[in-house]
Design a protein around this ligand. Structure first.
Ligand SMILES: [Zn+2]
Length: 229
């Protein structure tokens, strides 16, 4: 493995398994997964300046601004000084975030190579996965399960969590029409994002994720082997 510092931006629709691949990379390769959702919650809980701004935005029903979320991510890099590879999962979400992130990264995170990984999956497969996705109702657990055919993520006993035995439930926003709407919005953003990354000269790799996680991981590892080492 090379000693260069890498940032991977995972780009893929909901249900494409970005989180699962991220967690596998964390467990097997010691990478760091940066979840902007968790980072927001941490800032709010600790009452930092950024946390107060986020809290205010949420309480007044506004979206968190692109510059605020990007400043939070770049500050995280500057404070944590991660020594290894970092995965950005679910960020940048929009063209404006991507532009802002690349602008700040080219100034403040020069030592990192940024690489984009695009998750390729059909709408049918995403719909099947999301309609069969169940989440642990215990807020401190939130483990994700699947009842899709051939999955390795089925709960062991009935509709209860393997970890904490709490009841599992389908997410409210995982109904068919909502999923279709989310996909449509997602692909409008994805097209803009990928075009921007390509224009900016960042490498954009493609991984076919309509297969079991082990296969996705093998393909992804082969990609890294070919391009990064
Ligand atoms: Zn649980």
């Amino acid at each position: 493995m090379s000693s260069s510092k890498e940032i991977y931006i995972f780009v893929g629709p909901p249900g494409s398994g970005k989180g699962s691949l991220s967690q596998l990379c964390v467990r097997t390769m010691g990478w760091i997964q940066l979840s902007t959702g968790n980072l927001c919650r941490k800032h709010i809980a600790e009452g930092t300046d950024i946390g107060k701004e986020i809290d205010l935005a949420i309480k007044s029903g506004k979206l968190i601004s692109n510059s605020l979320v990007t400043r939070m991510v770049v500050d995280w890099f500057l404070e944590q000084k991660p020594l290894g590879t970092v995965i950005l999962d679910g960020y940048p979400r929009t063209l404006a975030q991507a532009e802002r992130f690349c602008e700040l990264a080219s100034r403040d995170l020069k030592e990192f190579n940024i690489r984009v990984v695009r998750f390729l999956i059909s709408d049918e497969a995403v719909i099947d996965r999301l309609m069969n996705r169940f989440v642990c109702t215990n807020k401190d657990c939130q483990a994700v399960y699947s009842l899709a055919a051939g999955t390795t993520l089925a709960p062991r006993k009935g509709m209860f969590c393997d970890n904490c035995s709490s009841l599992l439930e389908r997410r409210l926003d995982d109904d068919l029409q909502t999923i279709k709407n989310r996909l449509k919005t997602y692909y409008e953003h994805e097209r803009e994002l990928v075009q921007f990354y390509e224009r900016s000269g960042l490498p954009v790799y493609e991984v076919h994720v309509e297969q079991p996680l082990a296969g996705v991981f093998d393909d992804f590892s082969a990609l890294i082997e070919a391009h990064v080492s």
